[in-house]
Ligand binder design. Structure first.
Ligand code: AMP
Length: 567
Protein backbone atom coordinates (compact mmCIF):
# COMPACT_ATOMS: atom_id res chain seq x y z
CA UNK A 1 0.00 0.00 0.00
CA UNK A 2 1.65 3.25 -1.03
CA UNK A 3 -0.16 5.73 1.11
CA UNK A 4 2.03 8.63 0.06
CA UNK A 5 0.16 8.41 -3.23
CA UNK A 6 -2.99 9.35 -1.44
CA UNK A 7 -1.40 12.66 -0.45
CA UNK A 8 0.19 13.01 -3.91
CA UNK A 9 -3.23 12.49 -5.52
CA UNK A 10 -4.41 15.59 -3.72
CA UNK A 11 -1.91 17.59 -5.77
CA UNK A 12 0.71 18.32 -3.12
CA UNK A 13 4.32 19.09 -4.05
CA UNK A 14 7.36 16.84 -3.52
CA UNK A 15 8.53 19.02 -0.63
CA UNK A 16 5.17 18.68 1.10
CA UNK A 17 5.18 14.92 0.51
CA UNK A 18 8.63 14.78 2.05
CA UNK A 19 7.39 16.69 5.11
CA UNK A 20 4.38 14.36 5.44
CA UNK A 21 6.52 11.27 5.25
CA UNK A 22 8.93 12.68 7.87
CA UNK A 23 5.98 13.29 10.15
CA UNK A 24 4.76 9.74 9.59
CA UNK A 25 1.25 10.62 8.38
CA UNK A 26 -0.21 7.64 6.59
CA UNK A 27 -3.33 8.92 4.99
CA UNK A 28 -5.03 12.29 4.58
CA UNK A 29 -7.73 12.94 7.18
CA UNK A 30 -11.27 13.73 5.89
CA UNK A 31 -10.84 17.51 6.19
CA UNK A 32 -7.50 17.24 4.36
CA UNK A 33 -9.01 15.18 1.54
CA UNK A 34 -11.63 17.84 1.00
CA UNK A 35 -9.68 21.04 1.59
CA UNK A 36 -6.29 20.41 -0.06
CA UNK A 37 -7.53 19.91 -3.67
CA UNK A 38 -9.90 22.87 -3.34
CA UNK A 39 -7.13 25.13 -2.21
CA UNK A 40 -4.74 23.99 -4.91
CA UNK A 41 -7.15 23.81 -7.81
CA UNK A 42 -9.31 26.88 -7.55
CA UNK A 43 -9.25 30.42 -6.32
CA UNK A 44 -12.24 30.41 -4.01
CA UNK A 45 -12.27 31.19 -0.30
CA UNK A 46 -13.10 28.35 2.10
CA UNK A 47 -15.26 27.95 5.18
CA UNK A 48 -14.33 24.71 6.93
CA UNK A 49 -16.35 23.19 9.73
CA UNK A 50 -13.87 21.10 11.65
CA UNK A 51 -13.11 20.46 15.30
CA UNK A 52 -9.75 20.57 17.00
CA UNK A 53 -7.54 17.62 16.22
CA UNK A 54 -9.01 16.82 12.81
CA UNK A 55 -5.77 17.72 11.04
CA UNK A 56 -7.03 21.09 9.82
CA UNK A 57 -3.62 22.75 10.19
CA UNK A 58 -2.18 20.43 7.56
CA UNK A 59 -5.36 20.86 5.49
CA UNK A 60 -4.62 24.55 4.96
CA UNK A 61 -0.93 24.56 5.88
CA UNK A 62 0.42 22.18 3.24
CA UNK A 63 -1.22 23.90 0.22
CA UNK A 64 -0.19 27.30 1.60
CA UNK A 65 3.41 26.09 1.84
CA UNK A 66 3.14 24.94 -1.79
CA UNK A 67 1.72 28.21 -3.05
CA UNK A 68 3.89 30.86 -1.43
CA UNK A 69 7.22 32.06 -2.74
CA UNK A 70 10.03 30.78 -0.58
CA UNK A 71 12.76 33.09 0.68
CA UNK A 72 10.96 36.29 -0.38
CA UNK A 73 10.96 37.71 3.14
CA UNK A 74 7.45 39.06 2.54
CA UNK A 75 4.51 38.09 4.72
CA UNK A 76 2.37 35.96 2.40
CA UNK A 77 0.23 34.06 4.90
CA UNK A 78 -1.31 35.21 8.17
CA UNK A 79 -2.94 32.68 10.49
CA UNK A 80 -5.02 34.12 13.31
CA UNK A 81 -5.59 31.99 16.41
CA UNK A 82 -7.57 32.84 19.55
CA UNK A 83 -4.86 31.88 22.06
CA UNK A 84 -1.11 32.10 22.30
CA UNK A 85 -0.96 28.37 23.05
CA UNK A 86 -2.66 27.61 19.77
CA UNK A 87 -0.46 30.15 17.95
CA UNK A 88 2.67 28.35 19.15
CA UNK A 89 1.22 24.94 18.33
CA UNK A 90 0.12 25.99 14.82
CA UNK A 91 3.45 27.72 14.16
CA UNK A 92 5.31 24.55 15.15
CA UNK A 93 3.06 22.41 12.98
CA UNK A 94 3.49 24.82 10.02
CA UNK A 95 7.28 24.77 10.43
CA UNK A 96 7.20 21.00 10.29
CA UNK A 97 5.58 21.20 6.83
CA UNK A 98 8.50 23.05 5.22
CA UNK A 99 10.13 19.92 3.80
CA UNK A 100 13.44 21.71 3.20
CA UNK A 101 11.95 24.96 1.84
CA UNK A 102 13.29 28.35 2.88
CA UNK A 103 10.08 29.47 4.53
CA UNK A 104 10.17 31.27 7.81
CA UNK A 105 7.24 30.90 10.23
CA UNK A 106 6.91 33.38 13.08
CA UNK A 107 4.48 33.13 16.02
CA UNK A 108 3.42 36.55 17.33
CA UNK A 109 1.48 36.92 20.55
CA UNK A 110 1.11 39.21 23.53
CA UNK A 111 3.41 38.68 26.45
CA UNK A 112 6.39 38.02 24.20
CA UNK A 113 9.21 40.57 23.91
CA UNK A 114 8.56 43.26 21.29
CA UNK A 115 12.23 43.58 20.45
CA UNK A 116 12.46 39.96 19.44
CA UNK A 117 9.35 40.32 17.28
CA UNK A 118 10.65 43.55 15.66
CA UNK A 119 13.95 41.98 14.69
CA UNK A 120 12.33 38.80 13.33
CA UNK A 121 9.84 40.85 11.32
CA UNK A 122 12.60 43.05 9.99
CA UNK A 123 14.72 40.11 8.89
CA UNK A 124 11.77 38.86 6.79
CA UNK A 125 9.20 36.11 7.34
CA UNK A 126 6.79 34.40 4.97
CA UNK A 127 4.19 33.08 7.43
CA UNK A 128 2.90 34.63 10.63
CA UNK A 129 0.76 32.85 13.19
CA UNK A 130 -0.60 35.20 15.81
CA UNK A 131 -3.21 36.33 18.27
CA UNK A 132 -5.28 39.43 17.38
CA UNK A 133 -4.18 41.89 20.09
CA UNK A 134 -0.47 41.86 19.37
CA UNK A 135 -0.97 41.76 15.61
CA UNK A 136 -3.10 44.91 15.76
CA UNK A 137 -0.34 46.51 17.80
CA UNK A 138 2.19 45.76 15.07
CA UNK A 139 -0.18 47.00 12.38
CA UNK A 140 -0.70 50.27 14.23
CA UNK A 141 3.03 50.71 14.80
CA UNK A 142 3.68 50.00 11.14
CA UNK A 143 5.99 47.10 11.94
CA UNK A 144 3.85 44.55 10.08
CA UNK A 145 3.37 44.86 6.33
CA UNK A 146 0.47 42.83 4.95
CA UNK A 147 0.53 44.28 1.43
CA UNK A 148 1.88 41.03 -0.08
CA UNK A 149 -0.55 38.78 1.77
CA UNK A 150 -1.89 35.88 -0.32
CA UNK A 151 -3.59 33.83 2.43
CA UNK A 152 -5.45 34.81 5.53
CA UNK A 153 -6.56 31.97 7.80
CA UNK A 154 -8.94 32.36 10.71
CA UNK A 155 -8.51 29.35 12.99
CA UNK A 156 -11.12 28.41 15.61
CA UNK A 157 -13.33 31.31 14.56
CA UNK A 158 -16.05 30.41 17.08
CA UNK A 159 -13.54 30.66 19.91
CA UNK A 160 -12.48 34.07 18.61
CA UNK A 161 -16.12 35.05 18.95
CA UNK A 162 -16.44 33.56 22.47
CA UNK A 163 -13.37 35.42 23.58
CA UNK A 164 -14.60 38.75 22.28
CA UNK A 165 -12.03 39.03 19.49
CA UNK A 166 -14.36 39.33 16.50
CA UNK A 167 -14.05 43.11 16.17
CA UNK A 168 -10.27 42.75 16.29
CA UNK A 169 -10.45 40.09 13.58
CA UNK A 170 -12.50 42.41 11.40
CA UNK A 171 -10.01 45.21 11.96
CA UNK A 172 -7.13 42.96 10.84
CA UNK A 173 -9.14 41.75 7.84
CA UNK A 174 -9.74 45.35 6.83
CA UNK A 175 -5.97 45.86 6.63
CA UNK A 176 -5.39 42.97 4.22
CA UNK A 177 -5.36 43.19 0.41
CA UNK A 178 -8.69 42.44 -1.26
CA UNK A 179 -7.30 39.83 -3.64
CA UNK A 180 -5.98 37.44 -0.95
CA UNK A 181 -7.67 34.12 -0.22
CA UNK A 182 -9.53 33.94 3.06
CA UNK A 183 -9.93 30.60 4.85
CA UNK A 184 -12.08 30.30 7.93
CA UNK A 185 -12.19 27.24 10.22
CA UNK A 186 -14.63 26.76 13.05
CA UNK A 187 -16.00 23.81 15.04
CA UNK A 188 -19.45 25.39 15.14
CA UNK A 189 -21.03 27.97 12.85
CA UNK A 190 -22.80 30.64 14.93
CA UNK A 191 -24.62 33.34 12.98
CA UNK A 192 -21.93 35.92 13.64
CA UNK A 193 -19.30 33.70 12.00
CA UNK A 194 -21.44 33.06 8.95
CA UNK A 195 -21.94 36.84 8.75
CA UNK A 196 -18.20 37.40 8.92
CA UNK A 197 -17.68 34.98 6.02
CA UNK A 198 -20.35 36.72 3.98
CA UNK A 199 -18.97 40.18 4.64
CA UNK A 200 -15.36 39.36 3.91
CA UNK A 201 -15.52 36.59 1.30
CA UNK A 202 -16.58 36.92 -2.31
CA UNK A 203 -17.09 33.37 -3.53
CA UNK A 204 -16.55 30.59 -1.05
CA UNK A 205 -16.90 26.82 -0.65
CA UNK A 206 -18.10 25.16 2.53
CA UNK A 207 -16.18 22.09 3.61
CA UNK A 208 -17.77 19.98 6.27
CA UNK A 209 -16.96 16.57 7.70
CA UNK A 210 -20.27 14.84 8.32
CA UNK A 211 -20.88 13.48 11.78
CA UNK A 212 -22.53 10.09 11.69
CA UNK A 213 -23.69 8.80 15.02
CA UNK A 214 -23.05 5.20 15.89
CA UNK A 215 -23.81 3.52 19.16
CA UNK A 216 -21.29 1.62 21.17
CA UNK A 217 -23.52 0.16 23.88
CA UNK A 218 -21.44 -2.75 25.02
CA UNK A 219 -18.31 -0.75 25.48
CA UNK A 220 -17.33 0.72 28.79
CA UNK A 221 -15.59 3.98 27.95
CA UNK A 222 -13.00 5.51 30.22
CA UNK A 223 -10.20 8.01 29.98
CA UNK A 224 -7.04 8.73 31.88
CA UNK A 225 -5.42 12.12 32.00
CA UNK A 226 -1.65 11.67 31.81
CA UNK A 227 1.32 13.68 30.68
CA UNK A 228 2.66 12.59 27.30
CA UNK A 229 5.86 11.42 28.99
CA UNK A 230 3.88 9.16 31.36
CA UNK A 231 1.76 7.43 28.71
CA UNK A 232 4.03 4.41 28.39
CA UNK A 233 4.08 3.83 32.14
CA UNK A 234 0.29 4.23 32.24
CA UNK A 235 -0.11 1.61 29.52
CA UNK A 236 2.23 -0.80 31.33
CA UNK A 237 0.21 -0.47 34.51
CA UNK A 238 -3.03 -1.20 32.69
CA UNK A 239 -1.48 -4.23 30.98
CA UNK A 240 -0.17 -5.55 34.30
CA UNK A 241 -3.44 -5.13 36.13
CA UNK A 242 -5.63 -6.76 33.48
CA UNK A 243 -5.24 -10.54 33.54
CA UNK A 244 -6.46 -11.19 30.00
CA UNK A 245 -5.34 -8.02 28.21
CA UNK A 246 -6.02 -8.64 24.51
CA UNK A 247 -6.02 -5.31 22.82
CA UNK A 248 -5.68 -3.03 19.85
CA UNK A 249 -3.66 0.03 20.75
CA UNK A 250 -4.01 3.03 18.45
CA UNK A 251 -1.34 5.59 17.67
CA UNK A 252 -1.61 8.37 15.15
CA UNK A 253 1.53 7.87 13.11
CA UNK A 254 3.56 4.88 11.99
CA UNK A 255 6.61 6.24 13.79
CA UNK A 256 4.72 6.19 17.08
CA UNK A 257 3.38 2.72 16.34
CA UNK A 258 6.90 1.32 15.78
CA UNK A 259 8.27 3.10 18.79
CA UNK A 260 5.54 1.89 21.13
CA UNK A 261 5.57 -1.72 19.90
CA UNK A 262 9.36 -1.85 20.37
CA UNK A 263 9.13 -0.38 23.87
CA UNK A 264 6.51 -3.01 24.80
CA UNK A 265 8.65 -5.81 23.36
CA UNK A 266 11.64 -4.50 25.33
CA UNK A 267 9.56 -4.75 28.45
CA UNK A 268 8.76 -8.38 27.73
CA UNK A 269 5.22 -7.95 26.38
CA UNK A 270 3.96 -9.85 23.36
CA UNK A 271 3.34 -6.92 21.05
CA UNK A 272 3.41 -6.31 17.30
CA UNK A 273 3.24 -3.22 15.09
CA UNK A 274 0.89 -2.77 12.15
CA UNK A 275 0.95 0.22 9.81
CA UNK A 276 0.96 1.12 6.15
CA UNK A 277 4.64 0.25 5.62
CA UNK A 278 4.11 -3.36 6.71
CA UNK A 279 3.98 -5.66 3.64
CA UNK A 280 0.86 -7.65 2.90
CA UNK A 281 2.59 -10.96 3.73
CA UNK A 282 3.90 -9.60 7.03
CA UNK A 283 0.49 -8.15 7.81
CA UNK A 284 -1.14 -11.53 7.37
CA UNK A 285 1.44 -13.21 9.61
CA UNK A 286 1.00 -10.56 12.32
CA UNK A 287 -2.80 -10.80 12.18
CA UNK A 288 -2.61 -14.57 12.37
CA UNK A 289 -0.43 -14.41 15.51
CA UNK A 290 -2.81 -11.86 16.98
CA UNK A 291 -5.86 -14.02 16.26
CA UNK A 292 -4.16 -16.99 17.89
CA UNK A 293 -3.24 -14.75 20.83
CA UNK A 294 0.45 -15.41 20.50
CA UNK A 295 0.62 -11.68 20.28
CA UNK A 296 -1.84 -10.07 22.69
CA UNK A 297 -1.14 -6.40 21.99
CA UNK A 298 -1.41 -5.06 18.47
CA UNK A 299 -0.25 -1.48 18.07
CA UNK A 300 -1.71 0.04 14.92
CA UNK A 301 -2.55 3.18 13.00
CA UNK A 302 -6.18 3.82 12.04
CA UNK A 303 -5.43 2.94 8.43
CA UNK A 304 -3.75 -0.36 9.23
CA UNK A 305 -6.46 -1.40 11.68
CA UNK A 306 -9.15 -1.15 9.02
CA UNK A 307 -10.58 -4.51 8.15
CA UNK A 308 -9.30 -6.24 11.27
CA UNK A 309 -12.12 -8.46 12.36
CA UNK A 310 -11.63 -9.89 15.81
CA UNK A 311 -14.54 -10.36 18.16
CA UNK A 312 -13.08 -11.02 21.57
CA UNK A 313 -10.77 -8.08 22.20
CA UNK A 314 -10.88 -7.05 25.85
CA UNK A 315 -9.66 -3.52 25.20
CA UNK A 316 -9.22 -0.83 22.62
CA UNK A 317 -6.74 1.72 23.80
CA UNK A 318 -6.35 5.16 22.26
CA UNK A 319 -2.72 5.86 23.07
CA UNK A 320 -3.07 8.98 20.92
CA UNK A 321 -6.47 10.64 20.98
CA UNK A 322 -8.42 9.97 17.76
CA UNK A 323 -8.70 12.77 15.21
CA UNK A 324 -12.46 13.10 15.26
CA UNK A 325 -15.61 11.57 16.76
CA UNK A 326 -16.05 9.23 13.75
CA UNK A 327 -12.62 7.82 14.17
CA UNK A 328 -13.26 7.42 17.94
CA UNK A 329 -16.45 5.48 17.32
CA UNK A 330 -14.73 3.45 14.61
CA UNK A 331 -11.79 2.55 16.84
CA UNK A 332 -13.78 1.63 19.92
CA UNK A 333 -16.32 -0.32 17.87
CA UNK A 334 -13.60 -3.02 17.73
CA UNK A 335 -14.36 -4.02 21.26
CA UNK A 336 -17.66 -4.81 22.95
CA UNK A 337 -18.57 -7.11 20.07
CA UNK A 338 -20.38 -10.41 19.85
CA UNK A 339 -22.24 -9.68 23.07
CA UNK A 340 -19.05 -9.35 25.11
CA UNK A 341 -18.36 -6.35 27.28
CA UNK A 342 -15.23 -4.51 26.21
CA UNK A 343 -13.39 -1.52 27.53
CA UNK A 344 -12.31 1.49 25.51
CA UNK A 345 -9.53 3.49 27.11
CA UNK A 346 -8.37 6.91 25.93
CA UNK A 347 -5.25 8.67 27.12
CA UNK A 348 -5.40 12.43 27.06
CA UNK A 349 -2.93 15.09 28.07
CA UNK A 350 -4.48 18.07 29.91
CA UNK A 351 -4.43 20.17 26.73
CA UNK A 352 -6.47 17.50 24.92
CA UNK A 353 -9.36 17.73 27.38
CA UNK A 354 -11.38 20.01 25.14
CA UNK A 355 -10.87 17.66 22.21
CA UNK A 356 -12.13 14.74 24.32
CA UNK A 357 -15.21 16.73 25.30
CA UNK A 358 -15.90 17.42 21.63
CA UNK A 359 -15.53 13.71 20.84
CA UNK A 360 -17.85 12.84 23.71
CA UNK A 361 -20.41 15.39 22.54
CA UNK A 362 -20.36 14.61 18.83
CA UNK A 363 -20.21 10.83 19.24
CA UNK A 364 -22.93 10.92 21.87
CA UNK A 365 -20.80 8.83 24.21
CA UNK A 366 -20.25 8.80 27.92
CA UNK A 367 -16.58 8.69 28.74
CA UNK A 368 -15.73 8.32 32.41
CA UNK A 369 -12.57 9.56 34.06
CA UNK A 370 -10.56 6.94 35.96
CA UNK A 371 -7.36 6.98 37.92
CA UNK A 372 -4.43 4.69 37.23
CA UNK A 373 -3.58 1.92 39.70
CA UNK A 374 -0.86 2.83 42.19
CA UNK A 375 2.38 0.86 42.28
CA UNK A 376 1.63 -0.77 45.64
CA UNK A 377 -1.84 -1.82 44.43
CA UNK A 378 -0.34 -3.31 41.28
CA UNK A 379 2.08 -5.45 43.26
CA UNK A 380 -0.74 -6.56 45.58
CA UNK A 381 -2.96 -7.51 42.64
CA UNK A 382 -0.16 -9.46 40.97
CA UNK A 383 0.61 -11.37 44.19
CA UNK A 384 -3.04 -12.26 44.65
CA UNK A 385 -3.26 -13.40 41.05
CA UNK A 386 -0.24 -15.66 41.34
CA UNK A 387 -1.53 -17.19 44.59
CA UNK A 388 -4.87 -17.86 42.86
CA UNK A 389 -3.09 -19.48 39.91
CA UNK A 390 -1.08 -21.77 42.20
CA UNK A 391 -4.28 -22.76 44.06
CA UNK A 392 -5.81 -23.63 40.73
CA UNK A 393 -2.90 -25.96 39.86
CA UNK A 394 -3.39 -27.67 43.23
CA UNK A 395 -7.18 -27.93 42.73
CA UNK A 396 -6.66 -29.48 39.33
CA UNK A 397 -4.16 -32.02 40.65
CA UNK A 398 -1.75 -30.80 38.06
CA UNK A 399 1.55 -30.97 39.94
CA UNK A 400 2.39 -34.69 40.34
CA UNK A 401 5.15 -34.75 37.72
CA UNK A 402 7.18 -32.39 39.92
CA UNK A 403 6.66 -34.21 43.25
CA UNK A 404 10.02 -35.94 43.20
CA UNK A 405 11.87 -32.60 42.72
CA UNK A 406 9.79 -31.15 45.55
CA UNK A 407 10.71 -34.00 47.89
CA UNK A 408 14.36 -33.68 46.95
CA UNK A 409 14.33 -29.95 47.76
CA UNK A 410 12.47 -30.57 51.03
CA UNK A 411 15.27 -32.80 52.22
CA UNK A 412 17.70 -29.87 52.13
CA UNK A 413 15.62 -26.74 52.96
CA UNK A 414 12.56 -25.57 54.89
CA UNK A 415 9.35 -25.38 52.76
CA UNK A 416 8.85 -21.57 53.02
CA UNK A 417 12.39 -20.97 51.82
CA UNK A 418 11.86 -23.28 48.84
CA UNK A 419 8.58 -21.65 47.85
CA UNK A 420 10.06 -18.15 48.09
CA UNK A 421 13.04 -19.24 45.96
CA UNK A 422 10.69 -20.82 43.41
CA UNK A 423 8.65 -17.61 43.17
CA UNK A 424 11.82 -15.57 42.63
CA UNK A 425 12.96 -18.05 40.00
CA UNK A 426 9.63 -18.04 38.16
CA UNK A 427 8.65 -14.40 38.49
CA UNK A 428 12.01 -12.64 38.70
CA UNK A 429 11.36 -8.93 39.36
CA UNK A 430 7.60 -9.21 38.84
CA UNK A 431 6.89 -7.99 42.39
CA UNK A 432 9.56 -5.34 42.37
CA UNK A 433 8.52 -1.69 42.51
CA UNK A 434 11.49 -0.99 40.19
CA UNK A 435 9.40 -2.22 37.27
CA UNK A 436 7.39 1.01 37.53
CA UNK A 437 8.11 4.71 37.47
CA UNK A 438 6.21 7.39 39.34
CA UNK A 439 3.42 9.07 37.38
CA UNK A 440 2.98 12.80 37.92
CA UNK A 441 -0.58 14.00 38.35
CA UNK A 442 -0.89 16.12 35.19
CA UNK A 443 -3.01 18.73 36.95
CA UNK A 444 -1.20 18.74 40.25
CA UNK A 445 -0.07 22.12 41.38
CA UNK A 446 1.69 20.97 44.48
CA UNK A 447 4.96 19.94 42.98
CA UNK A 448 7.80 18.15 44.65
CA UNK A 449 10.01 20.56 46.52
CA UNK A 450 12.82 19.93 44.09
CA UNK A 451 10.92 21.28 41.11
CA UNK A 452 9.67 24.21 43.11
CA UNK A 453 13.28 25.21 43.70
CA UNK A 454 13.65 26.00 40.03
CA UNK A 455 10.45 27.99 39.76
CA UNK A 456 10.65 30.68 42.39
CA UNK A 457 7.86 32.72 40.81
CA UNK A 458 5.48 29.85 40.97
CA UNK A 459 4.43 30.16 44.56
CA UNK A 460 1.76 27.71 45.66
CA UNK A 461 -1.66 29.20 46.34
CA UNK A 462 -3.03 29.89 49.78
CA UNK A 463 -5.08 27.21 51.46
CA UNK A 464 -7.84 29.42 52.83
CA UNK A 465 -10.37 28.92 50.06
CA UNK A 466 -9.81 31.93 47.79
CA UNK A 467 -6.62 32.61 45.89
CA UNK A 468 -5.63 35.97 44.44
CA UNK A 469 -3.98 35.36 41.08
CA UNK A 470 -1.38 37.60 39.49
CA UNK A 471 -1.67 37.52 35.69
CA UNK A 472 1.18 38.85 33.57
CA UNK A 473 -1.17 40.44 31.05
CA UNK A 474 -2.60 43.91 31.13
CA UNK A 475 -4.11 46.71 29.07
CA UNK A 476 -0.94 46.87 27.01
CA UNK A 477 -1.71 43.33 25.85
CA UNK A 478 -5.15 44.47 24.84
CA UNK A 479 -6.75 42.75 27.81
CA UNK A 480 -9.90 43.83 29.61
CA UNK A 481 -11.82 42.02 32.35
CA UNK A 482 -14.09 40.17 29.93
CA UNK A 483 -11.25 39.04 27.67
CA UNK A 484 -9.30 37.90 30.69
CA UNK A 485 -12.18 35.77 31.96
CA UNK A 486 -12.70 34.29 28.51
CA UNK A 487 -9.01 33.58 28.10
CA UNK A 488 -8.73 31.76 31.45
CA UNK A 489 -11.98 29.91 30.86
CA UNK A 490 -10.91 28.79 27.42
CA UNK A 491 -7.42 27.65 28.33
CA UNK A 492 -8.07 26.11 31.72
CA UNK A 493 -11.69 25.00 31.24
CA UNK A 494 -12.89 26.62 34.46
CA UNK A 495 -16.30 28.03 35.27
CA UNK A 496 -16.13 31.77 34.37
CA UNK A 497 -18.40 32.56 37.35
CA UNK A 498 -15.59 31.47 39.64
CA UNK A 499 -13.27 34.21 38.36
CA UNK A 500 -14.00 37.33 40.41
CA UNK A 501 -12.67 40.68 41.66
CA UNK A 502 -10.76 41.31 38.45
CA UNK A 503 -8.45 44.31 38.32
CA UNK A 504 -6.69 45.10 35.05
CA UNK A 505 -3.62 47.38 35.11
CA UNK A 506 -1.34 48.42 32.25
CA UNK A 507 1.11 45.54 32.53
CA UNK A 508 -0.65 42.97 34.70
CA UNK A 509 -3.97 41.98 36.25
CA UNK A 510 -5.38 40.35 39.37
CA UNK A 511 -8.33 37.99 39.84
CA UNK A 512 -9.76 35.90 42.65
CA UNK A 513 -10.56 32.22 42.16
CA UNK A 514 -11.40 29.33 44.51
CA UNK A 515 -8.33 27.51 45.78
CA UNK A 516 -9.18 24.32 43.87
CA UNK A 517 -9.39 26.15 40.56
CA UNK A 518 -6.23 28.14 41.32
CA UNK A 519 -4.19 24.95 41.47
CA UNK A 520 -5.31 23.98 38.02
CA UNK A 521 -5.16 27.46 36.46
CA UNK A 522 -1.59 28.09 37.62
CA UNK A 523 -0.59 24.70 36.29
CA UNK A 524 -2.21 25.36 32.92
CA UNK A 525 -0.32 28.61 32.42
CA UNK A 526 3.04 27.36 33.60
CA UNK A 527 5.76 28.24 31.08
CA UNK A 528 3.37 30.31 28.94
CA UNK A 529 4.60 33.77 29.90
CA UNK A 530 7.61 35.73 28.69
CA UNK A 531 10.76 33.63 28.41
CA UNK A 532 8.83 30.52 29.38
CA UNK A 533 7.98 32.00 32.78
CA UNK A 534 4.57 31.25 34.34
CA UNK A 535 1.86 33.51 32.93
CA UNK A 536 -0.28 33.24 36.05
CA UNK A 537 0.94 32.83 39.60
CA UNK A 538 -0.58 33.22 43.03
CA UNK A 539 -0.14 36.79 44.22
CA UNK A 540 2.70 36.81 46.71
CA UNK A 541 1.64 36.72 50.38
CA UNK A 542 3.10 39.33 52.70
CA UNK A 543 4.94 36.80 54.82
CA UNK A 544 6.85 34.38 52.66
CA UNK A 545 9.13 32.75 55.21
CA UNK A 546 7.43 29.48 54.72
CA UNK A 547 8.05 29.56 50.99
CA UNK A 548 11.76 30.23 51.48
CA UNK A 549 12.19 27.28 53.77
CA UNK A 550 10.44 25.04 51.24
CA UNK A 551 12.71 26.16 48.43
CA UNK A 552 15.82 25.02 50.22
CA UNK A 553 14.55 21.47 50.63
CA UNK A 554 16.76 18.80 49.02
CA UNK A 555 15.72 17.41 45.63
CA UNK A 556 13.83 14.15 45.60
CA UNK A 557 15.28 11.32 43.55
CA UNK A 558 13.17 9.85 40.81
CA UNK A 559 12.69 6.11 40.68
CA UNK A 560 14.54 4.28 37.96
CA UNK A 561 12.82 1.77 35.72
CA UNK A 562 14.34 -1.60 35.28
CA UNK A 563 13.36 -3.38 32.17
CA UNK A 564 13.05 -7.11 32.04
CA UNK A 565 12.85 -9.34 29.01
CA UNK A 566 10.63 -11.76 30.87
CA UNK A 567 7.38 -10.95 32.60
P1 AMP B 1 -4.73 19.67 14.06
O1 AMP B 1 -6.18 19.35 13.98
O2 AMP B 1 -4.22 20.36 12.86
O3 AMP B 1 -4.41 20.40 15.35
O4 AMP B 1 -3.92 18.28 14.10
C1 AMP B 1 -3.96 17.43 15.21
C2 AMP B 1 -2.81 16.43 15.18
O5 AMP B 1 -2.99 15.48 14.12
C3 AMP B 1 -1.44 17.03 14.95
O6 AMP B 1 -0.56 16.44 15.89
C4 AMP B 1 -1.07 16.62 13.55
O7 AMP B 1 0.33 16.48 13.38
C5 AMP B 1 -1.78 15.30 13.39
N1 AMP B 1 -2.18 14.99 12.01
C6 AMP B 1 -2.64 15.84 11.07
N2 AMP B 1 -2.91 15.19 9.92
C7 AMP B 1 -2.62 13.89 10.13
C8 AMP B 1 -2.70 12.70 9.32
N3 AMP B 1 -3.12 12.75 8.06
N4 AMP B 1 -2.32 11.53 9.87
C9 AMP B 1 -1.88 11.50 11.17
N5 AMP B 1 -1.79 12.57 11.98
C10 AMP B 1 -2.16 13.76 11.48
Amino acid sequence: MDNMNKFAELGLSESSLLAISTKGFEEPSPIQKMTIPLLIQNEKDIVGQAQTGTGKTAAFGLPIMDMIVEGSGQVQALILTPTRELAIQVAEEMSSFRGGRKISVLPIYGGQSYNRQFSRLESGVEIIVGTPGRLIDHLKRGTLDLSHLKFMVLDEADEMLNMGFIDDVEFILSKTPAEKRFLLFSATMPKRIVQLAENFMSEYEVVKVDSTQLTVDLTDQIYFEVRASDKFEALCRIIDVEPEFYALVFCRTKLKVDHLANALLDRGNDAAALHGDVSQAQRERILDSFKRKRVNILVATDVAARGIDIDDLTHVLNYSIPQDPESYVHRIGRTGRAGKLGTAITFITPSEYRQLMQIQHFSNSEIRKETLPKIKDLIKIKRERIVAEIKEVIDQDDYHDNMHVANELLEGFPPDMIIAALLTHAYKDEFSTDRYTEITDPRSQRQSRSTRQNQPDDYSPDQEGITRLFIALGRKDDINAQKLVNFIRQEAMVDPNHIRNIQVFDNFSFANVPFQEAEHIINTFRGKGRDKKPLIVAAKPKNDNDEKSQRSAPPKRKQKTRRSKKR
